[in-house]
Design a protein around this ligand. Structure first.
Ligand code: 13P
Length: 250
């Protein structure tokens, strides 16, 4: 069975609720009837309600950009899985490199967040990827293996059923430098091999691994043509409805 591709937007810290409504007014008619791929938009928390209202009844699901591992508590600035579920959020990005780089997220907190998201029934999009120095030092495979082992620690294949992984080489994020389709596919194969060792062959053959890092309408079809690439996690180019629709329809 071929894996259904998932095309996800990560809006990062962009757009207000008004901008969100305007985006969906423009975007939804462009992708209505598009059933080939799953479409997910992950706006800032502030915009979740506007996004969910706007996308109701459509073929676009809404995700959060992070999720905490506790259901509730004294964790200023955090949002929990049960809170997201009350809104009907279905997806959550976990371990994005910007969280790791700027907000002290570690392999261990990624593991905790991932476990909580899976337990709650959210579909986590777990991000892994090497920084430029690691790639240049020939450490890419080691880094990807380590990030997977640590992120998936103590999670069973049964629990992980909804897991989605995103390979996002940090040097390609927001830089306009995309990994070539071949280079991305090689990294995806490393991740899939690690998933095979951890969760077994059947699980790994169904696991969706997205590519993220300067995906644009111009390079989307070449990336998506790779058998190893099961979709995209799109930053900058997802902010504009026309360009994100063009990526969805690559
Ligand atoms: P860009 O598409 O802006 O490079 O961002 C990629 C990303 O970080 C998606 O999560």
């Amino acid at each position: 069975m071929p894996r259904t591709k998932l095309i996800a937007a990560n809006w990062k810290m962009y757009k207000t609720p008004d901008h969100t409504r305007a985006f969906f007014r423009d975007f939804l008619p462009q992708v209505s009837g598009h059933t080939r791929d799953e479409i997910v938009v992950c706006p800032p928390y502030l915009d979740l309600t506007a996004a969910l209202d706007a996308a109701k009844g459509s073929n676009v699901a809404i995700g959060a950009q992070n999720v905490h591992w506790k259901d509730e508590g004294a964790f200023t600035g955090e949002i929990s899985a049960p809170m997201l579920l009350t809104l009907n959020v279905t997806h959550a990005i976990v371990g994005h490199s910007e969280r790791r780089q700027y907000f002290g997220e570690t392999d261990d907190t990624v593991n905790l967040r991932l476990k909580a998201a899976l337990e709650a029934g959210l579909t986590p999009i777990c991000c892994v990827g090497e920084v430029l120095e690691e790639r240049e030092a020939g450490l890419t495979d080691d880094v990807l293996r380590r990030q997977c082992v640590r992120a998936f620690h103590a999670i069973s294949a049964k629990k992980a059923a909804r897991l989605v992984v995103a390979y996002e080489p940090v040097w390609a994020i927001g830089t306009g430098k995309t990994a070539t389709p071949e280079l991305a596919a090689e990294a995806h194969a490393v991740i899939r091999k690690e998933a095979t060792e951890i969760f077994g062959e059947e699980f790994a053959s169904n696991l969706r691994i997205l590519y993220g890092g300067s995906v644009k309408p111009e390079n989307a079809s070449a990336l998506m043509a790779q058998e190893e690439i099961d979709g995209a996690l799109v930053g900058g180019a997802s902010l504009d409805p026309k360009s994100f629709a063009a990526i969805v329809k690559y």
